[in-house]
Design a protein around this ligand. Structure first.
Ligand code: ATP
Length: 516
């Protein structure tokens, strides 16, 4: 069986070959951790955006959207804490000259103990069969207890070091537990240093008048500085939310794993403004709502888990991640944070403006508390592609690569294919396409055998192929072929809109979030 690493490499190659994701400026050998989305990638991305946007803005009458500029007044980032505190602790291996995030090395170390424990349980489960009680085994097996204790010990030291901002202790953990560089295999480490992740540039034409500004590292601040504009002009009443989709930039120290960690990426964020004291209730509410949103994609409920933060960001009083099982392990794709009144309070202080909300029900003014949901569009894209990618062996030892994308998100919904390039079949095919194209993204393909054409569509996840043959001209029926089952059926042209419409409906997904 292919290793997960091989599968991931194949996925990256597939993304490139089929127009989903290209390395940025590839003719110049690319730019590290920057990627471009191709003709199919952009469609998938737009569909994910729509799914998210509609789940926020259509399903909640008290959530509205904005689109703020990427450039913001530099004081914004002073107030938000990013100038002083948006750092990653980095450490270099002196032999390989490779740079790592110290916190990531320690997290990987802890994950190794988890792996050991899981392997021990799996081994025992195989040995003991049906009668096996995993919980009892984990509680009593000395090796598991030992590994658990080790992990706990590291975890306690790690959480304390992060919260105290103790960089020496971070290094000490790496040294004490013999963490080696995966490249050089040595323990020859530098000290741990802080590294600010914001990109800066200059605005203005004269040297004197130029102002140092930052490329936003998160979209949230554009919402905070506008919250009162939206509240007043939209006559919003607390609790209410503001949603936004947009680019964010971070000078990541270790940029790897394809589009998982990029230097330019896209976020979908929603800030929900609540009465002080009610934030934990809303934090719980949005945690559950967001998990249902993910699960409605149908990628497999077991692939998600919550992970509570060991270290809370400078602005938060509660935080959890939604993690997804990617080919390289469970990784964060979304963060849900209770940001208190930190941001609004700080903007009030730095700007000197009163940005308090007047609550007509309480007849008092206060600085609202904020619960944020922040999901990475690119990471969501990756989670969907990684799960959808399948290599199948068919009858007669034939194989196919198929992207089992959620139909509502597929870049192309229908491919229209005349059986042959003559006898009036192309004209009939075009006629069908001209009708369907108002509802669905369609493509037209008349080249090569039907089998080859099917494979091309499988590889980009098109849920339906429609074949027009000679009989179509007589009975107005076509063959529709379903991507996943490869089943074919003969249906009337008139019924195509309904069949396709039902299968690719985003409404169904949205309803299942609400109904669950
Ligand atoms: P990480 O710990 O992986 O660096 P983070 O906790 O800093 O992520 P947040 O600040 O909570 O991330 O950002 C919210 C979301 O934005 C993340 O859950 C992720 O999906 C996305 N995101 C953050 N950084 C990147 C990046 N460099 N590339 C792609 N997506 C990112």
């Amino acid at each position: 069986m292919a290793s997960q690493e091989d599968v991931f490499k194949k996925l990256i190659a597939h993304c490139k070959e089929y127009g989903f994701v290209f390395p940025s400026s590839e003719i110049y050998d690319g730019l590290s951790a920057v990627y471009d989305y191709g003709q199919n990638g952009v469609e998938l991305k737009n569909n994910i955006k729509k799914y998210w946007w509609d789940s926020m803005v259509l399903l909640h009458e008290n959530v509205v959207g904005i689109d703020a500029a990427i450039f913001m007044h530099p004081t914004t980032w002073k107030a938000s804490g990013h100038v002083d505190a948006f750092n990653d602790p980095l450490i270099d291996n002196k032999d390989s000259k490779k740079r790592y995030r110290a916190d990531v090395l320690i997290e990987d170390l802890m994950a190794k103990y988890d792996d050991k424990i899981n392997k021990e349980i799996e081994k025992a489960a195989k040995k003991f069969g049906d009668a096996f009680d995993a919980t009892l085994f984990a509680e009593t097996n000395p090796r598991i207890q030992e590994n658990k204790a080790k992990k706990e010990e590291i975890h306690t030291r790690f959480a304390k070091a992060l919260n105290d901002g103790d960089l020496n202790e971070l290094k000490q953990i790496i040294v004490d537990y013999d963490v080696v560089c995966p490249i050089s295999g040595t323990k020859n480490w530098t000290d741990v240093r802080q590294f600010n992740l914001m990109f800066s540039t200059e605005m203005g034409s004269t040297a004197d008048g130029a102002m140092k500004i930052y490329l936003r590292p998160e979209t949230a601040q554009g919402i905070f500085v506008n919250y009162l504009n939206v509240q007043k002009t939209g006559r919003m009443k607390i609790p209410f939310g503001i949603a936004q989709i947009g680019k964010a930039f971070r000078n990541e120290i270790v940029a790897r794993q394809f589009i998982f960690r990029m230097r330019e990426f896209e976020q979908m964020e929603m800030q929900f403004f609540v009465r002080p004291g009610e934030e934990m209730k809303w934090f719980e509410h949005w945690k559950q709502f967001r998990l249902r949103w993910h699960k409605a994609l149908g990628l497999g409920d077991h692939k998600y888990r919550f992970h509570d933060h060991d270290k809370l960001a400078h602005y938060a009083n509660a935080a959890t991640d939604i993690e997804f099982e990617l080919p390289f392990g469970f990784k964060e794709i979304e963060g849900i944070h209770s940001r208190t009144d930190f941001d609004l309070g700080s903007h009030e202080k730095y700007s000197g403006k009163n940005i308090k909300y007047f609550d007509p029900e309480l007849n008092q003014s206060y600085t609202p508390y904020v619960v944020e949901t922040s999901i990475g569009l690119d990471r969501t894209f990756l989670s969907i592609m990684a799960t959808a990618y399948c290599e199948e062996t068919l009858e007669g030892n034939d194989t196919r690569v198929v992207l089992k994308l959620p139909p509502a998100l597929a870049p192309i919904k229908v491919c229209i294919m005349p059986l042959v390039k003559k006898d009036g079949l192309p004209e009939k095919a075009r006629e069908i396409m001209d009708n369907l194209k108002f509802e669905f993204k369609c493509s037209y393909d008349e080249k090569d055998s039907i089998g080859k054409r099917y494979r091309r569509q499988d590889a980009i996840g098109t849920p339906f192929c429609i074949t027009i043959d000679h009989q179509t001209l007589e009975d107005n029926c076509v063959t529709i072929r379903h991507r996943d089952s490869m089943q074919q059926e003969r249906v009337a042209i008139d019924s195509l809109e309904t069949i396709v419409g039902k299968a690719v409906s985003m409404k169904k997904m949205l309803q299942s979030i609400v109904q669950d």
